[in-house]
Design a protein around this ligand. Sequence first.
Ligand code: CP
Ligand code: NVA
Length: 299
Amino acid sequence: MKHLLKLESLPRADMEEILQSAPAIKAGRGRPGPQPLAGQIWAMIFSKASTRTRVSFEVGVRELGGQPIFLNANDIQLGRGEPIKDTARVLGRMTHGAIIRTFAQKDVEDFALFSGRPTINALTDDEHPCQILADLMTFEEKRGPIAGKKVVFIGDASCNVPISWMFAAGKLGFQLWLAAPKDFQPSADLIARARGDIHCTEDPLEAVAGADLLYTDVWVSMGKEAEAAERIRRLAGYQINESLVRRAHPNALVMHCLPAYRGKEIDEPTFEAHAETIFDEAENRLHVQKAILDWIVRA
Ligand code: CP
Ligand code: NVA
């Protein structure tokens, strides 16, 4: 049985298979096509807010012939303390797969183990694999293979999104620079595990020189709200803005996983100048996740 629990554990060949099938799924949208989820019910258990992930999975499951059931974790007994392994054993008997957004990575992994059903990580504190697969699809549809390119992440480089980028770098062979204050950089252990061409710096100007892609994410991830003021103060120098973009490759893309906080991790003119790319990236969540669902149910 296949799962998508984190990019760290997704074999490179599977990552490539998903990325190869996504463009055809995108091109074929709206025409009658295969329905690999026909007759299936998929549970979507979300403990955190979501716009893109929720809508793209609800639409994607339906377009592949299945039916999603959206479960806000606070509306089910899980939110009152029922163990994840019990929730998993119940849902595993009633549904065909699960898409989970939560805090602890272990909860997604336990769900996969105890449900006996294909399970997809729709964001945890550790990783956001579906996002990075959509980002890779977006880069490659605009610029061709990402292998050998220079990707620069600026901002909170210790959160889920840059960590998934690190594991993608190790598998797909691009250079990844992370610009962040020391204590917003990933641990040495994570960098070693990613086994990629990964560089950390506190200097965004050093990082962006010649970049093919500039990327950022919120400074205050979900669950970190109590640290908001401190994070905004500490990360103030790590904004994607026009003076930084000028130092990248002239053809560089600017991407953001969204939601975007203007004046924080990106300024308004830079965001709007690159909005076409950023919203293509958001749209590609749908197409790449259909590719993930198609891959996961195939033996
Ligand atoms: N980028 C992303 O995952 O967006 P949502 O939080 O809206 O799902
Ligand atoms: N790092 C962000 C990603 C949001 C899509 C968070 O975890 O809130």
